[in-house]
Design a protein around this ligand. Structure first.
Ligand SMILES: CC(=O)[C@@H](O)[C@H](O)COP(=O)(O)O
Ligand SMILES: NCC(=O)COP(=O)(O)O
Length: 259
């Protein structure tokens, strides 16, 4: 299937790994704020931040400072926060009122986000409480999801705005040179289920310049990808601006000539 009619997906730049490097010393270097300016100038749709409970990378103060930096350009240049639905995270969201919140089912000690919501009875209760807290903020409420049609249906029943499809296993198989066509077809089917239920479709985790085009081709109406780890790794090699432009090109976005 080719994504020939829908608008190319937008790119939100996740700065977690810049913060991880910053936290390895007490100098405050690298400062995150210049990367916000570069991301906007390079055509990203916004910034994604994941203030985890252990503050291994993004801290609440980073969210506040980045929101203030972005203020003149919001809501067009979007702030997107990711996190587990608990009081600390809700307080951060209430303070900066992001355009989008993506809820992940991560345990506090999780090494990274490595699964979506199954929406069993316990999780449905957690999400219902989260919806009550987040809806008044007026943000899009997205749930991290796997390509499980039944779970996506339950996410729609819970009143979410959209899903973010977890792409970690796909990226891993792609990296190992394994056949991924079957996985891509499951993304296509998951996208169909989401679209039928009125859910927007985002995607994320371990996406990179090599594995993006096939995913985009198999996910018509993919609205947005949020990318951090591999984009920052590429930025170490060829600069943040050029990395963002390369990822936008891999998404099929028209690249305007920069002066
Ligand atoms: C939800 C997801 O896949 C990522 O956005 C997540 O934020 C990655 O977290 P780490 O950067 O802590 O691995
Ligand atoms: N939601 C995915 C994200 O924000 C970044 O994930 P990754 O590219 O760091 O794996």
């Amino acid at each position: 299937m080719t994504n020939v009619f829908a608008r190319p997906p937008a790119l939100s730049v996740n700065l977690n790994k810049i913060a991880l490097l910053r936290n390895s010393r007490d100098s405050g270097v690298p400062d995150l704020l210049p990367f916000v300016h570069v991301a906007r100038a390079a055509g990203a749709v916004g910034i994604t931040l994941h203030p985890r409970p252990d503050e291994r990378h993004i801290r609440p103060a980073d969210v506040t400072a980045i929101a203030e930096t972005m203020a003149p350009w919001r809501p067009g240049f979007e702030l997107s926060l990711e996190g587990y639905p608990e009081a600390r995270f809700f307080d951060i969201c209430a303070e900066v009122r992001p355009e989008q919140v993506t809820l992940v089912p991560d345990a506090p000690e999780a090494r990274t986000s490595d699964h979506g919501w199954v929406m069993d009875e316990r999780e449905r209760a957690v999400i219902a409480a989260a919806m009550a807290r987040l809806r008044p903020l007026g943000c899009r409420i997205v749930l991290f999801a796997e390509t499980d049609a039944a779970a996506i249906e339950r996410i729609a029943d819970a009143g979410a705005t959209g899903i973010e499809l977890y792409t970690g296993p796909y990226a891993n198989s792609f990296r190992r040179g394994e056949a991924v066509e079957a996985m891509l077809e499951t993304f296509t089917e998951a996208g169909r289920v989401a679209q039928r239920r009125g859910l927007s479709v985002n995607a994320g985790h371990d996406l990179n310049l090599a594995n993006l085009p096939a995913l985009v081709a198999h996910l018509p109406h993919l609205a947005e990808v949020s990318i951090g780890h591999e984009l920052v790794a590429d930025a170490l090699l060829f600069g943040m601006r050029d990395a963002i432009v390369a990822y936008r090109s891999a998404l099929g976005q028209p690249i305007e000539e920069h002066p």
